[in-house]
Design a protein around this ligand. Structure first.
Ligand code: PLP
Length: 396
């Protein structure tokens, strides 16, 4: 419309999220959907949140309906110091800042660290919200394919040295170590240590995005990379979205206090502070022990759904199809044997037969694999998962 001349260079980098573009298709009512990567609303604690929020408004309205400090609710930060200790990460309150979801954390960290042209290494495939935040800040994203136990540090090293030889500035590794979105892959303990040692050797930072770590099925994943970090190289993002509810838009960053102080300055101009009411509700849920009390139920809820999906794939998937075996989280990643199949093109047909998924290609920062797809097992019941996978497999 001729307004482009007014826009900053950021506008040239903006890309519409391809999943949003597919949303009318994948959200068609009545279909069995493996598309939405969101927690099941069946797991939300409606009564508890209704009671807590109304009490907070009546008893502490002047505080929770007011602006607050940019760093976030002090009581919630105290809770998180303990929570991080449970995750084997020793921290202090000044190393925290609360954000409006981890998505805001990804945006703020990207803005703090990235100058246009800086290279960030990302997993192939990776979370679109993360790669887009980095892209918006001007990062050049270089993808590295994961093994079934995550990024291979020796390949990362080779890549960094090769890029540096070309004069490129490589600054950061972005990883989602637990039950990764979109692949469901978990980074092994040894690789966590090796990746951190490599970051130290090559003077890189690590952005560790961990919204799913608590959603394990049988055994917890290895401790966060942050737990081994003695040099302050790891910026850790945690979120209440998947263990409580994403509508409360409450998450946190843990990092060296110098990073946090600067993130605070950027956040001040982004939104002054995150919602005080949301933070106070989450703090009260934490104080009452509600979050940790519910984890057992959540883990079992998603484990049953995941098992149903894996079993249905085993019984119905065409020969030589490969899929991940997640031990937590919300996602299974599938790669079809036939490289000619483009799952983006196939989606319309899949929806017509009554089942939706997300094509794999948008999760890659390179040309990617058109024959891959992400299946979320969070939304549908185990019975509908079996039925939907059967339908999908017969189409494949
Ligand atoms: C890997 C990853 N990081 C960050 C987010 C953002 O979560 P939120 O902003 O709700 O904390 C998501 C959401 O799905 C995610 O999958």
């Amino acid at each position: 419309m001729g307004n482009k001349k007014y826009f900053s260079s950021l506008a040239d980098r903006l890309k519409p999220n391809p999943i949003r573009r597919l949303s009318t298709l994948i959200n068609r009512p009545g279909i069995i959907s493996f598309a939405g990567g969101v927690p099941s609303p069946e797991t939300f604690p409606y009564n508890e949140i209704a009671e807590i929020s109304s009490r907070l408004v009546y008893e502490k309205g002047s505080e929770v309906l007011q602006y607050g400090v940019t760093r976030g609710n002090r009581q919630l930060i105290e809770y998180l110091v303990q929570e991080m200790q449970n995750r084997k990460v020793e921290t202090k309150a000044e190393e925290f800042i609360l954000t409006s979801g981890s998505q805001q954390g990804l945006d703020l960290v990207s803005r703090l660290l990235i100058d246009p042209g800086d290279v960030v290494l990302v997993e192939l495939p990776s979370y679109i919200g993360g790669t887009y935040a980095l892209n918006n800040a001007g990062a050049e994203l270089v993808g590295i394919e994961m093994a079934m136990d995550g990024l291979e540090p020796s390949i990362v090293k080779e890549k960094v040295l090769e890029l540096r030889k070309q004069g490129r500035k490589v600054k950061l590794i972005y990883t989602i170590p637990n039950f990764q979105n979109p692949s469901g892959i978990t980074l092994s303990l040894q690789k966590r240590k090796d990746l951190l040692a490599l970051a130290s050797e090559l003077d890189l930072l690590i952005l560790e995005d961990d919204p799913y770590g608590e959603l394990y099925f049988s055994a917890p994943p290895p401790p966060p990379i942050k737990s081994f970090d003695k040099e302050g190289r790891v910026i850790y993002l945690g979120s209440f979205s998947k263990v409580l509810t994403p509508g409360l838009r409450t998450a946190w960053i843990v990092a060296n206090s110098e990073f946090v102080a600067n993130i605070e300055l950027i956040k001040e101009s982004a939104d002054l502070c995150s919602s005080m009411l949301d933070q106070a509700i989450v703090a009260e849920c934490g104080r009452q022990g509600l979050i940790n009390k519910r984890l057992g139920v959540l883990r079992e809820f998603y484990q049953i759904r995941c098992q149903s999906m894996l079993q249905a794939l085993k019984e119905n998937a065409p020969a030589n199809t490969v899929w991940t075996q997640p031990t937590g989280g919300l996602f299974v990643w599938v790669e079809l044997a036939n490289q000619e199949i483009d799952t983006t093109k196939l989606l319309t047909q899949a929806v017509e037969t009554g089942v939706a998924y997300v094509p794999g290609q948008p999760f890659y920062v390179n040309e990617g694999k058109a024959n891959s797809l992400r299946l979320a097992f969070s939304k549908e019941t185990p019975e509908r998962i079996s039925q939907g996978i059967k339908t999908l497999c017969s189409l494949l």
